[in-house]
Ligand binder design. Structure first.
Ligand code: HEM
Length: 532
C-alpha cells in the first residue's frame, strides 16, 4: 500500500512504499512529485525545463489516433476456433485440418456509419471481423452480419459512405438513413435494392452481438490438398440463434445505455457465458455457378441454400475480454487480403477493391508501415522478410544482408515453393473496359424473395422502417424515386409505405434494367426464413 499524505496546498500525495512500482518518466527516471509542476517561487510562472510536465502533457496531446473511416465504433474479444474434422477435401488451410488443434482468434464487431462515440443499437449493418492466428500466418475473414452489400463495384464505396456519413456542411445526422443524400444515392443506385431490404428489416438491429449471424459476403475460393478448387461463401451462425430488437426497443435502449451491445458481450464473457458460432461454407464448382440464374461474382446476391446447402466446418468460442481496449480493439487491423494457403479470392469487383483499401487506410490510421508489429496484429507463427526500417520499427533485424537473392549467406529468410501461398492459376483475357456485366443487372428478384419470405409482423416492421426513415428525407423527388424502387420489389410494400408518408399514388414510374418475374419463394429459403 502506498503511503498517503497531504501537501501544503491540500493536494493528495501517494508515495511508493515498495509494494507498488515507482512512477517514472518514459526514460525511467523516478518522479518525486506528480501533483505540482515546477514554478518560480510559490506563485510564479511554470518553467519550460520541467521535463516531466512536458512529457506528460505532450503524450496526452497525442493520445487520439484517427478513428476508422468506416466501422469506427466496435468491440472486440479473444477466443479460439476448432474444426469439427479435417476439411482436406475442400481446403488445405492448416487451421481447418485437425479437430484437436485450437487456433486463437480475435473478433471485432462494429457498426458501419456511426462515429467511435456513437451508440450501439443504431439501425445499421454490423461488421463481423475475425482474425485467425493460424500456424501458416494470419487469416482475416472480414465480414458483415448481412450476406449482401449495397454496391457491386468498389469504385462506388467512397460515394456510398459519403452519402451516409454526416452531411459535410452541418455535420449531422450521425447515423444511417435520415439523410437526403443517403436516400438520394440509394434511389439512384438500383443495385442497392436487395441490401436495403435487409437494412430496413429487423436484421439491422441485433439483440446482441452474441445473437448475430456473420457472412463473408463475397464468393471466395478454397483449394483442397489435392489441388481441387471450389467457390465458397462463408457463414457464421450463433449458437444462441439470430435475434433482433424492434425499433421501439432500440430507441429506448439507445437513450438508457448507448453501450448496450458492448456491455452485453463483455458481461457474458466475464461471467463465463462464452458466446459461440458455427462456421460453415456453401461450396460449389465454377461449372455449377454457371448454371445459377445470378452471377456469384455479384456481391448483391446470395446463393440460396436450396441451391447449395451449408457445410459446417467448425466452431468459434469467445472466452476472453481484452486487457486494453485501445491496444487491442482499436489497434487491430483486419484486411481481406490476409489469406493463407488453401483460400483464395474471386473476381468479385467489390472484393478486388477491398483488397487494396484496408492496408492503405491502416497506414494512415495507425501511422506506420510497421503496424503488423503491434502485438494484436502480429502473427503467432514465425515471420521474417527483408522489409526494413520505417516509422516505429520495433525489431532490430540481424545481419548485414537485407536483400535476396544473395550469395553472402548470413542465414536470411528464403522463399519456399512447397509451403508458400500460391494463387489459383485462373485463365483471364479480354479487352480493357469500364462496364458493368449484364449478369449483374437483375436487382429485384432476390429483393422480392426476401420481402416475401418475411412473416407479416416482420413485413410490418419493414414498412414502418421505410416510412420512418423516408419520412426524414426532405427531398420529395427522392422519396418518390424510392417509392418507385419499392414498387419494383412489391406493390403492396410500396403502397403501404406511401400511405404512411401521405404520398399515395406518387411513386415514380421506374423500369428494371432487365425483366423481372414474380418469384414464389420455396418455404425453405432458409437464409431468409427462420429469423426469430
Ligand atoms: C472496415 C473499406 C466493403 C467489412 C473498413 C475500413 C475500410 C473499409 C477503409 C476501415 C479499416 C480500418 O481502418 O482498419 C471498404 C471498401 C469496401 C468495403 C473500400 C468496398 C469496396 C466491405 C464489405 C464488408 C466490409 C462488403 C463485409 C463483407 C468491414 C468490416 C470492417 C471494415 C467488418 C471493420 C473491421 C474492424 O473491425 O476493424 N472497410 N469496405 N467492408 N469493413 Fe469494409
Amino acid at each position: 500500500m502506498s503511503k498517503q499524505s497531504t501537501g501544503k496546498g491540500g493536494e493528495t500525495h501517494q508515495t511508493a512504499t515498495g509494494d507498488e512500482p515507482r512512477l517514472t518518466t518514459n526514460q525511467g527516471v523516478v518522479v518525486s512529485d506528480d501533483q505540482n509542476a515546477l514554478t518560480v517561487g510559490h506563485r510564479g510562472p511554470q518553467l519550460l525545463e520541467d521535463f516531466h510536465l512536458r512529457e506528460k502533457i505532450t503524450h496526452f496531446d497525442h493520445e487520439r489516433i484517427p478513428e476508422r473511416v468506416v466501422h469506427a465504433r466496435g468491440y472486440g474479444a479473444h477466443g479460439y476456433f476448432e474444426p469439427y474434422k479435417s476439411q482436406a477435401d475442400l481446403t488445405k488451410a492448416a487451421f481447418l485440418q485437425n479437430p484437436k488443434e485450437r487456433t486463437p482468434v480475435f473478433v471485432r464487431f462494429s457498426t458501419v456509419a456511426g462515429r467511435a462515440g456513437s451508440f450501439d443499437t443504431a439501425r445499421d449493418v454490423r461488421g463481423f471481423a475475425v482474425k485467425f492466428y493460424t500456424s501458416e500466418g494470419n487469416y482475416d475473414l472480414v465480414g458483415n452480419n448481412i450476406p449482401v452489400f449495397f454496391i457491386q463495384d468498389a469504385i462506388k464505396f467512397p460515394d456510398l459512405i459519403h452519402s451516409v456519413k454526416p452531411a459535410p456542411d452541418r455535420d449531422f445526422p450521425q447515423a444511417q438513413s435520415a439523410h437526403d443524400s443517403f436516400w438520394d444515392f440509394i434511389s439512384l443506385t438500383p443495385e442497392s435494392t436487395h441490401m436495403m431490404m435487409w437494412v430496413m428489416s429487423d436484421r439491422a438491429i441485433p439483440r446482441s452481438f452474441r445473437m448475430m449471424d456473420g457472412f463473408g459476403v463475397h464468393t471466395f475460393r478454397m483449394i483442397s490438398t489435392k489441388g481441387d478448387v471450389k467457390f465458397v461463401k462463408f457463414h457464421w451462425r450463433p449458437k444462441l440463434g439470430a435475434l433482433s430488437l424492434v425499433w421501439d426497443e432500440a430507441v429506448v435502449i439507445n437513450g438508457a445505455d448507448p453501450d448496450f451491445h458492448r456491455r452485453d458481450l463483455w458481461s457474458a464473457i466475464e461471467r463465463g457465458d462464452f458466446p459461440e458460432w458455427e462456421l460453415s461454407v456453401q461450396a460449389f464448382t465454377e461449372k455449377e455457378a454457371e448454371g445459377f440464374d445470378f452471377d456469384v461474382l455479384d456481391p448483391t446476391k446470395i446463393v440460396p441454400e436450396e441451391l447449395v446447402s451449408l457445410r459446417p466446418l467448425g466452431r468459434m468460442v469467445l472466452d476472453r475480454n481484452v486487457d486494453n481496449f485501445f491496444a487491442e480493439t482499436e489497434q487491430v487491423a483486419f484486411c481481406p487480403s490476409h489469406v493463407v494457403p488453401g483460400i483464395d479470392f474471386s473476381n468479385d469487383p467489390l472484393l478486388q477493391g477491398r483488397l487494396f483499401s484496408y492496408l492503405d487506410t491502416q497506414l494512415s490510421r495507425l501511422g506506420s508501415p510497421n503496424f503488423h508489429q503491434i502485438p494484436i496484429n502480429q502473427p503467432k507463427c514465425p515471420f521474417a522478410n527483408f522489409q526494413r526500417d520505417g516509422h516505429m520499427q520495433m525489431a532490430a533485424q540481424q545481419g548485414r544482408v537485407a536483400n535476396e537473392p544473395s550469395s553472402l549467406d548470413d542465414g536470411g529468410p528464403r522463399e519456399d515453393p512447397k509451403a508458400g501461398f500460391t494463387t489459383v492459376p485462373v485463365r483471364e483475357e479480354g479487352d480493357k473496359l469500364r462496364v458493368r456485366p449484364e449478369s449483374f443487372a437483375d436487382h429485384y428478384t432476390q429483393a422480392k424473395l426476401f420481402y416475401k419470405s418475411l412473416t407479416p409482423p416482420e413485413q410490418k416492421h419493414m414498412i414502418g422502417g421505410f416510412a420512418f426513415e423516408l419520412g426524414k428525407c426532405q427531398a420529395l423527388e427522392v422519396r418518390k424515386r424510392m417509392l418507385g424502387r419499392l414498387q419494383l420489389v412489391d406493390k403492396d410494400l410500396a403502397a403501404q409505405v406511401a400511405a404512411k408518408l401521405g404520398m399515395e399514388g406518387q411513386a415514380e414510374k421506374l423500369k428494371p434494367a432487365v425483366p423481372v418475374g414474380d418469384p414464389e419463394p420455396s418455404p425453405a429459403v432458409s437464409q431468409y426464413a427462420g429469423f426469430e
